[in-house]
Every structure is written in structure tokens, then in C-alpha cells.
Design a protein around this ligand. Structure first.
Ligand code: ADP
Ligand code: MG
Length: 985
């Protein structure tokens, strides 16, 4: 029975054999190829189909007995190289006959591989079960041939048949040899068993050692990792320590810098404190001096106070004296008369001199106030006045006598000064003067301001000036900027004070303003007249100075007026010469001057009615011509004989005025009394002078005292201020010293704190460094190094302990080699025996021919034809795996060569020797003999031998590779070289 696995029935196509279709399988798939099968033998188409996957074959209905089973394999799946290694086991009747078969590895792709003559017993159930079990990949099979096996004959059983390990030749051994051999075999097997067990033990030990080594390696790796971590940590710690040291350095530098700065600040503070202490000591000395000088100061203060009291007394006395002086002065004035008349004569003018005029005035007794006028050549008329000025007397002398009167206006008296006389006699000159020779007006105001300034501490003076002109009985305001059409009239105020409403009162505060005002008035007077001198001589020019005085000490206030009047010319014109306007002017002038005389007469007679209102002039002068007022008349005369008449007229008028003052009664007083009176007057005058001098001295003394007092007061104030300043400085210095001391203590405390903090920081840093260096650099490193060293020692020990079994293994190998050599020796003996056997074979050729049909095994396809064989054998030349369990085989002739390959026997032997030599050179040659030994056991033992303890997987991994190489010495590269593969059992 020949089944074409995976294919359909084939009948007589490739050979004379009929192949059954694939019908006995269980499971699996079909695979087919059109690729030609190389060396396919008689039936190449058989290998173009195959069953693969997980499957089995079950043949039933067979007669009980032994059967031969041939299995045909071909790798048709991996046609052009392996897509996956296909390893599988084959079991028949639960007995494994092939283990881990790799078809490709044996023959390559698209080449047949045959397993022939597998003897399978069939029991009564008549079933043959062939199982294909994949180890790696899926099993595959192309064909299965089952044929009846011949019964084993008894005589054939008798002789022992040995299969040569090298040439696979069957050798008949005699019973004695067999027994000896069995003994050897038993012995060797025992030894091998021992060696195997030893090997197992060693390999176990090696495995354990390897495992421990790997564990140690792992531990070592872990330790290395830990060491790396520790090193990394150490590096990071070192970096941190570096940073910390850097920070510490910075801190220490900062500390040093701060320390220096603090020390510098402290030294500065100490220096400051020293300086302050010095200052304080100086101040203390000064304070002591001040305190010492205080009694002097007190003395001075007391003295000053006494001076002040004295000054106050003096002031009182002074005021009393002033009052007395005023009283006396007034008495003197009264004795002099309220109206005083001074006579002034001008010098001859150039024209008068040129015209030959002569002087008719006699000034011999001018000092006594007498003036003589030569009325004729021998007659002389004497006039007596209060003062007579010669032409040589200047403005200053004139004013000097007038000034006491003038200054009385500041004491609250109304004063009136006017110049009377013929035109051209010097009225204007006396009153106004010129820039070089200032007149009474200017000098009066100058004096007033001077005295006001002197009295400014006791009096406040307001001085106002008005300038008027009375012309033709009309008042004209010379200071008015816009002359009003309204007629100016004299009015009487409620207090009886006369004034001109609407008149300009120009306040003057200094002499310059006065001069400006006077100039303005003078200029205004000139307006409206072609001939200034002419006009001025026809009008009265009146300067009114109003003084408002307030006594600061007693609050008394007065208002007084000083009239300074430049009267119109007093010359009398002949009636025939005067006409029109001139007449009117003359009439007005005469009227006014007459009115003035009348008023004075009325005042002298103390008349109840004083005709002030008869003219504007007297009306205006009403306040200044009253009983309490003072008046002064300058009677101006010319010295020329041409003006004799007018001069006499003027002098008469003046004398009348003066006489009026004195009163006619007095006039009538006799000369004796007059002399007495004169003497008394002289006495009073002297007394008055003495009083004045003493007053002046008192005033000076008072002023000196006041000045001294002021100086002392100032000194006292200065000393007090200095004392206060010194005290305040002392206090501030003491405070600053306290503050600086406090700051010093605070700073020193801060410094101490800083130093302590720095010391603790340094200690901490040192401790840290010490810890770090000690613990991390020494302890951990040393410990780790120790651990590493211990581990290395352990490793070395392990390696040493591992080397011991290796050495043992080597020894074993050496022993094994020796055993192999002895085996070779045995083989040589076997060869000799074979040679003998051949001779015997030659002799018994005839006998071998008789048994050829049953015992002949397939050789090469060509040789196979020459031998008789079973129906299932093929004449093609596939690669054949011959089962060694076919016991009844022909033992002689070329057919006895089990291998179907074309190589002759000697060639096989040569190869075997070569392989043995190679094996001897190989380090892992232990596997080969094992395999060889295993091949000699029954097929059922094959799988058992190959069974490996899963626990030894690690060791097995390497060994398996080696074993695979040895089992399949023909690698895929050298397949071409060795096409014949032999599997023996
Ligand atoms: P009146 O005003 O009375 O008409 P003035 O004052 O105009 O007279 O004087 C007429 C002239 O006489 C002026 O030129 C003046 O300078 C001159 N004169 C008047 N008095 C004196 C004097 N005492 N000394 C020198 N010259 C005088
Ligand atoms: Mg004049």
C-alpha cells in the first residue's frame, strides 16, 4: 500500500507502482507544487504533493503481523529558502521513530528524503497509526508505503549483528565476542553513565554558578548603578558644597566689608564723640564763664536799670525844663513883643552906583537895633527895631534870628513872617532868595524838617504846604494844576480854625519836595504876567506851612500854621500917575496893607473887634495874627537917596507896627525904669542863655545816657541771647552726645550680634564641610569601594569555583578523548575484523545470494536494481534513511551496504575518519559520541534521550546549538558537498 499524501491516485505514470489517493489521514492540509523534484527516483510526482499541518494517518484492516513502513519526505514548501524551520517528530504505534526532523536541513529543497524499513508490529486490531507532531513549524509528508515485513527467522536471530557506528555496516559478532563486547559496553555504559551524571551535576553546578554569576552581575550592576547614583549625588553635593562655600565666601567677604565699614563708622563716631566732648568741655567752660559773668551782667543790668531810671528822671526833668524854657521863651517873646520888626537894608545896586546915588542909611548903631536915615545933610532920623541888618549881613544871619520864632510853630504856635517894603528893596530876596542864597522860606522848612527828625521819637509831624497869591483882593492857588473858576474864600471851621476850602495842601516829607513845591508856586505866579517882577510887586505871595504835631509820649496833638508872606510893594504912587488897572492894584495894595496895620493896632490895643476881614490878607492871617500867635516883619529898605521918601515911609510903618506891639503906654515909661527894665532883661537873657546851655548839656548828657543805656541794653540782650544760644547748643550737644553714645552702643551690639552670627555660620559651614567630606567622601566611598571589592572578591571566588567544574569538565573531556582513542583502537580492531570478515564473505558468497530477497536493503537507486528487494523499494536514487530495526537483512555482498548513496565504503570510511578527527579537535565533541551512543539505542529511546530538563534551559540553549550543528554537520551551505546523510539507530 503506497499512499500519495496530499495528492490523488497515480497509476503507472512514473513507475509501475500504483499510488493510492490520500485517504487515511486525520487532519492537516494539502500542499502541491509544480516544481520538479530533483533526484526524485522512480516516482518524482509523488513528492509534488504533500500533507502538512497537524495530522496523523490511521491504516486499518491490516492483518496482524510485522510491517515495514516507508515514509517519503520532500521540502516543497520552502522551495526557495526557509520561510520557517520545520521540525517535527514522527511516531508509529505510539513509538517515536523520528525526532526533530528537518527535511531541508538534511537534503535541501525539492529533494526527496526516504525513511525506509521501519518495522511496525500490527496487533489484532489491524491498525497502524502514524502520528506527525510539529516541534517548530508544521510536519509534512509526501508519501507513505506500508508493506508486509518478512517473519524473523530463528537462525538469523542467533548471530549478533552489530551496526558499525562509522560505516553503518552490519557486523556479525560471535557470542563470545558479544559477551566480551557486552561486558565492555556495560562497563563503558556504566562509565558513560557516571560521566553523564557527573556531567549533569557539573552542568548543574555550572548552571547554578552561572546563575549566581548573573545574579552577582546583576547585583554588581545594581551596585554600579548605586555607585553611579552615589557619585552623582556626591557630585551634586560637591556642587552644592561649592555653591555653599561660594555663598559663605560672599557672606564672609560681606561680613569683612561690613566689619571694616562698621569699624570705620565707629572710629568716625569716636572721633566725633571726642570732638563733641571737646566742644562740650569748651561749652561748659564758656557756660561757666557765662555763669561767672552773670553777676557782672546783673550788676550791669542793675546799673543800666538805674541809668534808665535816671534817664526817666532826666526825661521828666527835661520835659519840665522844656516846659520852663517854653514858658521863659514865651515870656521873653512877650517881653520882646508879639510882633517883632527886623529892618534890612539892601546894598546899592550897580545902576544906583552908576547913577551916582548915595547911601542915606546909617548903620552905626545897627547892633543895638538903631538905624539912622539921613533925611538931610545934617539931619538924621533914627529908627529902632528889634534887629537891623546891614547890606553886608547875609541870608544866614537874617534867618538865625528868625529861626527861634519859626521853630515855635513845631511847638504849636501860629507864626506869621512877612516882608514889607518898597519894590526892589529885597523882599523876595529875603523870603525866597536864590539857589546860592536861600531865603527864609527854604531855610525855615529845612529847619522844620531837621527839628522834626530830631524829635521823631517824641513827636510825629505832618507838614503840608500851600502857596497862595492875593492879587486885587482875590485868592489864587498857585499849586492848583487846573485853576478853578470858583472864587476861593476864607472860611472858618467849627473849631474856629480859618482855612480856604478847595486849596491845595501839598504834603512834604523832605526838603526836595519843599523846593519842588516852591518852584511850582514861583512858576505859577509868573503865569499870566508879561513882567514877572512887576506883577510880583503888585500881589502878595503867601506860603502857608501847616504843621500837625502829635506828642507820642503824652498823646497831645496840635495844629499850627506858619505864614511866610512876600508882600506887594508898599510904594505909594502919585494919584496923577495911577490910572486904570494900576490904580486898582494900588488901591488894593494900600487897603490890604492898611488893613494889616489896623489889625495890628487893634491887637495892640486889645480891642474887642479886630478888623481881620477888611482885606483878604488879614482875613487869611487871622489865626496867625491873634494874641497867642507870633509875628515877625522884615522891613526892607533901600539905601539910595532916591528912595528916601519910601524908605522913611516904610520905616515909619514898621516903627508903628513895632510900637503898636509895645504899646504906647510902654512908650511912655521913663528912662530910669527903662534902664532897670533893660538890666532885668539882660539878666533874664543871661539866665536864659545859662538855662539854655544847661539844658543843652542836660540834653547831651541825657542823650549820652540814652545811648549808653541802649548800648548796655543791646549788650545785655546780646549776652542773654548768647547765653541762650550756648545753653541750647549745650543741650543739643548733650542730646547729640547721648544719641551718638546710644548709636555707638547699638552699633556695638549689632556688631556683636553680627560677629556671633558669623561665628555660628562659620561653625555650621565647617561642620557641614566636615560632615560632607567625612561622610560622603570617606565613609560612603570607602564603604562602597569595600562593597565593590567584596563583590569583586566574591565574583573572583565564584569564577574560581566555576573554573573548578570547568577544569573538571576539561578533565572529563580529556578522559573522553582517551576513551575515544581507545575506541579508535577498537575500531581499528573492528576493521581488522572486517577485513577478516570480507575474506569470509568472499567465501560465503553463495550463501548470501540465497538470503538476498529478504535481507537486502535499498542501496543507491542504481545498485538497488541489481539487488532483489521489496516491492515498495524504488530504483530511483532518493536520499534514504534506513531503519536499523530491520533485523532480517542480507549480510553479505554489495547489497549489505545499507546506505543507498553512491559513495563506496572506503570513501565513507575516509569521511568518517576525517569527521572523527574534526570531532577530536572540537571543544564540544562530547555531543557527538553521545549522539552516536544514543543512535544505537532503540528508536523509542531517542526522544527520551533528547528530553532536557526545562530547569536547565539556560545551559541547554548553547548546547542545543552545538548539538544541532553536530547532528546536522551538513549545514545549508555545504549541502552540495555531502548529499548523503546517515541516520542510524
Ligand atoms: P522886591 O522883591 O522888594 O521888589 P527884590 O527882592 O526883587 O526886591 O530885589 C531887587 C534886587 O535887589 C534884586 O536884584 C536883589 O538881588 C537885590 N537885592 C535885594 N536885597 C539884597 C541884599 N541884601 N543884598 C544884595 N542884593 C540884594
Ligand atoms: Mg519882590
Amino acid at each position: 500500500m503506497f499512499v500519495n499524501s496530499g495528492g490523488s491516485p497515480i497509476e503507472g505514470r512514473d513507475s509501475h507502482i500504483n499510488f493510492l489517493g490520500d485517504s487515511y489521514f486525520r487532519g492537516g492540509d494539502v500542499i502541491k507544487t509544480n516544481e520538479p523534484i530533483v533526484e526524485g527516483g522512480d516516482y518524482p510526482s509523488l513528492y509534488q504533493s504533500a500533507r502538512y499541518g497537524n495530522f496523523c494517518y490511521k491504516f486499518e484492516g491490516l492483518a496482524p503481523g510485522d510491517y515495514f513502513v516507508d515514509l517519503h519526505f520532500a521540502e516543497i514548501v520552502n522551495t526557495y529558502g526557509p520561510k520557517g524551520i520545520r521540525l517535527f517528530d514522527v511516531s508509529m504505534q505510539e513509538e517515536k521513530i523520528l525526532s526533530e526532523l528537518d527535511v531541508y536541513a538534511v537534503v535541501g529543497a525539492n529533494k526527496p528524503l526516504q525513511l525506509v524499513d521501519v518495522r511496525v508490529p500490527v496487533l489484532d486490531n489491524g491498525v497502524i497509526v502514524i502520528r506527525f507532531e510539529g516541534i517548530s513549524g508544521t510536519p509534512t509528508v509526501s508519501g507513505i508505503c506500508i508493506r508486509k515485513a518478512p517473519k524473523l527467522s530463528a537462525p538469523l536471530v542467533k548471530p549478533e549483528h552489530l551496526i558499525c557506528n562509522k560505516c553503518a555496516a552490519e557486523i556479525e559478532v560471535s557470542p563470545t565476542q558479544t559477551r566480551a563486547r557486552s561486558k565492555y559496553i556495560a562497563k563503558y555504559e556504566k562509565k558513560i553513565h557516571e560521566l553523564t551524571s557527573q556531567y549533569k551535576l557539573k552542568s548543574d553546578e555550572c548552571y547554578e554558578a552561572w546563575m549566581s554569576l548573573t545574579a552577582t552581575n546583576e547585583q554588581l550592576e545594581r551596585l554600579r548603578m548605586e555607585l553611579d547614583n552615589r557619585l552623582f549625588q556626591t557630585d551634586t553635593l560637591e556642587q552644592a558644597v561649592g555653591k555653599q562655600t561660594g555663598k559663605l565666601r560672599d557672606v564672609s567677604e560681606r561680613y569683612e566689608h561690613d566689619k571694616k565699614s562698621w569699624f570705620a563708622a565707629l572710629s568716625n563716631l569716636e572721633e566725633k564723640i571726642k570732638a563733641m566732648k571737646q566742644e562740650q568741655s569748651q561749652l561748659a567752660i564758656e557756660a561757666h564763664e557765662c555763669a561767672n559773668s552773670t553777676p557782672d551782667l546783673n550788676k550791669m543790668i542793675i546799673a543800666v536799670q538805674t541809668l534808665v531810671t535816671q534817664c526817666e528822671d532826666l526825661k521828666i526833668k527835661y520835659s519840665e525844663e522844656i516846659a520852663k524854657r517854653k514858658k521863659l521863651y514865651n515870656q521873653v517873646q512877650e517881653t520882646k513883643g508879639n510882633i517883632r520888626v527886623f529892618c534890612r537894608c539892601r546894598p546899592l545896586t550897580k545902576e544906583e552906583v552908576l547913577s551916582g546915588c548915595t547911601t542915606i542909611v546909617d548903620f552905626d548903631a545897627a547892633k543895638e537895633g538903631d538905624i539912622g536915615i539921613m533925611t538931610g545933610e545934617s539931619t538924621k532920623k533914627i529908627f529902632k527895631f528889634d534887629r537891623v541888618y546891614t547890606p553886608k549881613d547875609g541870608q544866614a544871619e537874617v534867618y538865625a534870628d528868625a529861626s527861634p520864632l519859626v521853630t515855635s510853630v513845631l511847638d504849636g504856635y501860629n507864626v506869621c513872617i512877612f516882608a514889607y517894603g518898597q519894590t526892589g528893596t529885597g523882599k523876595t530876596f529875603t523870603m525866597e532868595g536864590n539857589e546860592q542864597n536861600r531865603g527864609v522860606n527854604y531855610r525855615t522848612l529845612e529847619e522844620l524838617f531837621k527839628i522834626a527828625a530830631e524829635r521823631k521819637e517824641t513827636f510825629n509831624y505832618d507838614i503840608a504846604v500851600s502857596v497862595l497869591e492875593v492879587y486885587n483882593e482875590q485868592i489864587r492857588d498857585l499849586l492848583a494844576t487846573f485853576p478853578s473858576t470858583k472864587k476861593l474864600e476864607v472860611r472858618q471851621a467849627a473849631e474856629g480854625f480859618h482855612h480856604v476850602p478847595g486849596i491845595v495842601e501839598s504834603k512834604v516829607e523832605n526838603i526836595k519836595q519843599v523846593w519842588d513845591v516852591l518852584q511850582a508856586g514861583s512858576n505859577a505866579r509868573a503865569v499870566g504876567s508879561n513882567n514877572v517882577n512887576e506883577h510880583s510887586s503888585r500881589s502878595h505871595c503867601m506860603l502857608c506851612i501847616t504843621v500837625r504835631a502829635r506828642n507820642i509820649m503824652n498823646g497831645e496833638s496840635t495844629k499850627s500854621k506858619l505864614w511866610l508872606i512876600d508882600l506887594a510893594g508898599s510904594e505909594r504912587l502919585a494919584k496923577t500917575d495911577v490910572q486904570g488897572e494900576r490904580l486898582k492894584e494900588a488901591q488894593n495894595i494900600n487897603r490890604s496893607l492898611s488893613a494889616l496895620g489896623d489889625v495890628m493896632s487893634a491887637l495892640a490895643t486889645k480891642s474887642s473887634h479886630i478888623p481881620y476881614r477888611n482885606s483878604k490878607l488879614t482875613h487869611l492871617l487871622q489865626d496867625s495874627l491873634s494874641g497867642e500867635s507870633k509875628a515877625l516883619m522884615f522891613v526892607q529898605i533901600g539905601p539910595s537917596n532916591n528912595d528916601l521918601g519910601e524908605t522913611l515911609s516904610s520905616l515909619n510903618f514898621a516903627s508903628r507896627v513895632r510900637n503898636i506891639e509895645l504899646g504906647p503906654a510902654r512908650k511912655q515909661v521913663d528912662t530910669g525904669e527903662l534902664q532897670k527894665m533893660k538890666q532885668m532883661l539882660d539878666k533874664v537873657r543871661q539866665e536864659s542863655r545859662i538855662k539854655d546851655e544847661s539844658l543843652q548839656k542836660l540834653e547831651e548828657h541825657c542823650q549820652n545816657l540814652e545811648n549808653k543805656l541802649r548800648g548796655k541794653e543791646q549788650l545785655c540782650r546780646n549776652l542773654q541771647e548768647k547765653n541762650k544760644e550756648l545753653e541750647s547748643q549745650l543741650e543739643s550737644k548733650a542730646e547729640s552726645q547721648n544719641l551718638s553714645e546710644k548709636q555707638y552702643w547699638q552699633l556695638s551690639e549689632k556688631l556683636k550680634g553680627k560677629e556671633e552670627a558669623c561665628i555660628t555660620l562659620q561653625q555650621k559651614v565647617k561642620e557641614l564641610e566636615y560632615k560632607l567630606t567625612d561622610q560622603q567622601h570617606f565613609e560612603s566611598m570607602i564603604l562602597q569601594q569595600k562593597q565593590v571589592k567584596e563583590l569583586e572578591c566574591k565574583l573572583k571566588e565564584k569564577l574560581c569555583s566555576e573554573s573548578v567544574p570547568v577544569q573538571k569538565v576539561k578533565e572529563l573531556e580529556y578522559k573522553l578523548k582517551e576513551r575515544l582513542q581507545s575506541e579508535l583502537m577498537l575500531e581499528q580492531k573492528v576493521k581488522e575484523l572486517e577485513s577478516k570478515l570480507r575474506e569470509e564473505r568472499d567465501q560465503s558468497k553463495s550463501m548470501s545470494l540465497l538470503h538476498s530477497n529478504d535481507a537486502l536493503k535499498f542501496a543507491t537507486p542504481t545498485e538497488g536494481k541489481a539487488f532483489s528487494r521489496d516491492e515498495s523499494t524504488s530504483e530511483t536514487d532518493p536520499q534514504i534513511l534506513r531503519s536499523s530495526n530491520s533485523i532480517n537483512k542480507p549480510l553479505t555482498g554489495p547489497g549489505s551496504i545499507l546506505l543507498r548513496g553512491a559513495d563506496p565504503l572506503h570513501e565513507i570510511k575516509r569521511k568518517r575518519e576525517l569527521r572523527n578527527a574534526m570531532v577530536g579537535k572540537s571543544e564540544n565533541n562530547i555531543t557527538t559520541p553521545t549522539t552516536i551512543v544514543e543512535k544505537r539505542v532503540q528508536p523509542s529511546e531517542l526522544g527520551k534521550v533528547r528530553k532536557i530538563d526545562p530547569a536547565k534551559a539556560f545551559g541547554r540553549l548553547t548546547r542545543k546549538v552545538v548539538a544541532t550543528q553536530k547532528v546536522f554537520p551538513h549545514s545549508r551551505n555545504n549541502l552540495e558537498k555531502d548529499k548523503i546523510k546517515v541516520w542510524t539507530r
